[in-house]
Design a protein around this ligand. Structure first.
Ligand code: PEP
Ligand code: MN
Length: 348
């Protein structure tokens, strides 16, 4: 439930509403807005009697939140959430953000070289797994802490922000020490202790849609993070399981506008995991931007056939350049722009 305050409501009126909600045994969260403040009521698992709140000074109206998720909903907050990273990259604003890098961090020389390449081509965030969730326990599991240190070195050298996955709650604390964004992978979308712990780190979280998760389940998973007081959540459509075998997953393009209408959170697309095929990544990257995605996360490798994981879906750097050129045109066609490369002169 949302208690919308009048334009003229004073700080004292807002405090009284917060106190009244707490007296009713719920949590209260003031949400300042451009026009007026609202106070969100959290912790209820059913209808709440709004009569008492409607009678308080400064209250304009009480709006029930009709979805099972609250804080992630558009009803809760009308304006888009913009996640701002330490290097100035803004996710969820008018500019489209590109995160790029290898599936897994493989070694120092490799990650430093590739980071520089994707930066020069316009990425502002470097991706790369240090802890890899592999289907087989015998497959390469990532370099662990050493991988995190290499990512931090790449950030120092390039200015790129870093996104990397945490596999468990303890890992979330460790990843938070190194990364700008904690990635929660598809297989962990409903790992609730991990969601809570990542939320408590206060770091931005990239939450990928589960392999067989509905959009509502994705939004409820995000709600766990916001419920910890962390609003910096970026959602990611990365394809879901289907019966067809021509692509690795089924890229649910419509999820992008659907999420945009249901939630104020930014949503990006991962055309690499969505398709599993290098030749299909660029067309789906174009489609995602046309559909309104706030960015892309894309796997790129200097030598994909020799990649330690996901080589078949990794772009060659030259293909990444081509993708950047094409999505720049598409972003402009819908009144957006791709975030300018780091170090370039700011536009208009
Ligand atoms: C990844 O980004 O490398 C990854 C493992 O993605 P997902 O969790 O979407 O499979
Ligand atoms: Mn991968």
């Amino acid at each position: 439930m949302l208690v919308v305050m009048k334009h003229s409501a004073s700080a004292e009126h807002i405090r009284a509403v917060v106190a009244a909600i707490k007296d009713m045994g719920y949590g209260a969260r003031p949400i300042p807005g451009g026009q007026r403040t609202a106070v969100g009521l959290i912790g209820n698992d059913g209808a709440v009697d709004s009569g008492l709140l409607l009678g308080l000074d400064g209250v304009l109206e009480v709006i029930p939140v009709t979805h099972p998720y609250k804080q992630v909903s558009r009803e809760w907050r009308e304006t888009n959430t913009v996640v701002t990273l330490a290097n100035g990259t803004r996710i969820g604003g008018s500019e489209v953000v590109v995160m790029a890098g290898p599936c897994a961090v493989e070694g120092e020389a490799e990650i430093l070289e590739l980071a520089q390449k994707v930066k020069d081509m316009g990425a502002t965030v470097l991706r790369g797994g240090a802890f890899k969730p592999r289907s087989s326990p015998y497959a390469f599991q990532g370099l662990g802490r050493e991988g995190l240190e290499l990512l931090a070195r790449a950030r120092e050298q390039t200015g790129l922000a870093v996104v990397t996955e945490a596999l468990d709650p303890e890992g979330a604390d460790l990843v938070a020490e190194y990364a700008d964004i904690i990635q929660i992978g598809a297989r962990n979308m409903q790992n609730y202790p991990l969601l809570r712990r990542a939320g408590r780190t206060g770091k931005p979280v990239l939450l990928k849609r589960g392999l067989a998760a509905t959009i509502d389940e994705l939004l409820l998973a995000a709600e766990y993070i916001l419920a910890e007081g962390n609003d910096d959540v970026i959602l990611c459509e990365r394809g879901i399981r289907s019966f067809d075998t021509h692509t690795r997953n089924l890229f649910d393009l419509a999820a992008i506008p659907v999420v945009k209408s249901l939630s104020h959170l930014p949503i990006i697309a991962d055309p690499s995991h969505a398709t599993g095929l290098r030749a299909k990544v660029i067309p789906m990257a174009r489609a995602a931007i046309a559909a309104g995605a706030d960015g892309l996360i894309v796997e790129v490798h200097q030598d994909p056939p020799r990649a330690m994981s996901d080589g078949a879906q990794s772009l060659y750097p030259e293909q990444f350049r081509e993708m950047m050129e094409q999505i720049t045109v598409i972003a402009r066609a819908i009144g957006r722009d791709v975030t300018p490369p780091l170090g370039s002169a700011p536009t208009g």
